[in-house]
Design a protein around this ligand. Structure first.
Ligand SMILES: O=P(O)(O)OC[C@H]1O[C@H](OP(=O)(O)OP(=O)(O)O)[C@H](O)[C@@H]1O
Ligand SMILES: O=c1cc[nH]c(=O)[nH]1
Ligand SMILES: [Mg+2]
Length: 212
């Protein structure tokens, strides 16, 4: 497994506002969307392409286009939905699959409540989007499922990661074709397995359900 931390002043600027507890849900959603675009630019560096012959108004030439089979983008519901639009804006021909997963806040185990994507992912490049990599339980389970279905290249885009979660991913997904792209690796997890300093509960902040 490889990890890539996107080190860019615009990413750091937007992430700081995202972390700020005073940032309201509409602004949080907009910033998450903008950050995905910046992360996706890095994350799609190895997206598969093929040569294509075209004619410009001036001359014939050979360019590139995304190759078949199309990449699959998988948001992990609920919070991952906040990253979907930004991702498909950059990869408009991508297919989209869905994984509904929630972390049981007592056991910290990821529970899957919805799966809607192709059964056969043989030879597919997959981009998983989920803002938070905390204990790593959710992403490890999601990526195992994708690889069991045949995906041969999985990139996870996260807004924030905890070092504990990165370590779990490295151990559990060792030797597998997996890359994690994130805007930052924070200090640690707290006793409730929330990322410190983090940004709180990403789903609640995206959808205005804090304290609900
Ligand atoms: O790395 P982990 O310890 O597994 O935690 C990370 C998961 O927690 C959050 O989702 P949550 O369970 O809050 O669900 P939600 O998106 O519906 O709010 C987040 O979006 C990840 O999916
Ligand atoms: O800090 C965290 C940890 C898990 N899920 C979140 O939304 N935030
Ligand atoms: Mg949540």
């Amino acid at each position: 497994m490889r990890i890539h931390v996107v080190d860019h002043p615009l990413v750091a600027h937007k992430l700081t506002t995202l972390r700020d507890r005073r940032t309201d849900s509409p602004t949080f959603r907009r910033l998450a969307d903008e950050l995905v675009t910046l992360l996706a630019y890095e994350a799609t560096r190895d997206v598969r392409t093929e040569a294509v012959d075209i004619e410009t108004p001036v001359a014939p030439t050979t360019g590139v286009r995304l190759s078949h089979p199309r990449p699959l983008v998988v948001p992990i519901l609920r919070a991952g939905l906040g990253m979907l639009e930004g991702m498909v804006r950059l990869l408009p021909t991508a297919e989209v699959g869905f994984l509904g997963m929630v972390r049981n806040e007592e056991t910290l185990k990821a529970e899957t409540y919805a799966t809607r994507m192709p059964d056969d992912l043989s030879g597919r490049q997959v981009y998983v989007v989920d803002p938070m990599l905390a204990t790593g339980g959710t992403l490890v389970a999601a990526i195992r499922l994708l690889i069991e279905r045949g995906a041969d290249d999985v990139t996870a885009l996260c807004l924030l990661a905890a070092p504990e979660g990165v370590e779990v991913m490295e151990r559990e997904l060792s030797g597998l074709p997996v890359t994690v792209v994130t805007a930052a690796v924070d200090e640690r997890l707290n006793a409730d397995a929330y990322i410190v300093p983090g940004l709180g509960d990403a789903g609640d902040r995206l959808y205005g359900t804090a304290g609900a």
